[in-house]
Write a protein that binds this ligand. Structure first.
Ligand code: SF4
Length: 110
């Protein structure tokens, strides 16, 4: 399954800290363990769980997905855990780094 494309640079939504975006979230009704797992989880179990969680995220309305991901990209304790916006914590770190590099490149070009 191809991941949704992440726009470079600017945020996906204006204010991801507001909760209206959660309307119609595809994860509603799914157990939170699917997205966050347990401390005792093995690597293989984690991979399988994350793949399943990402499939749920693929079914999320586009604007809800965008807002969820944007909120999860805000640095803080919540960004370090779980599949959010269809991405693992490691993948979100990579998105942040890519944005920082892109924004720095834009500033240098200006
Ligand atoms: S994108 Fe966010 S709101 Fe949508 S299903 Fe995934 S975790 Fe839930």
């Amino acid at each position: 399954m191809r991941p949704r494309a992440i726009p470079r640079g600017s945020p996906l939504v204006a204010d991801p800290t507001r909760w209206e975006w959660a309307e119609g979230a595809a994860c509603a009704g799914h157990p939170w363990e699917l997205f966050y797992g347990h401390d005792t989880e093995t690597g293989a179990d984690r991979d399988e769980r994350e793949a399943t969680a990402k499939q749920v995220c693929e079914g999320c309305p586009l604007n809800t997905w965008k807002a969820c991901l944007e909120r999860a990209l805000i640095p803080g304790p919540k960004d370090q855990h779980g599949v959010q916006g269809g991405h693992t914590p490691e993948e979100r770190i990579q998105i942040r780094h890519n944005r920082q590099r892109h924004n720095a490149k834009q500033r240098r070009a200006a």
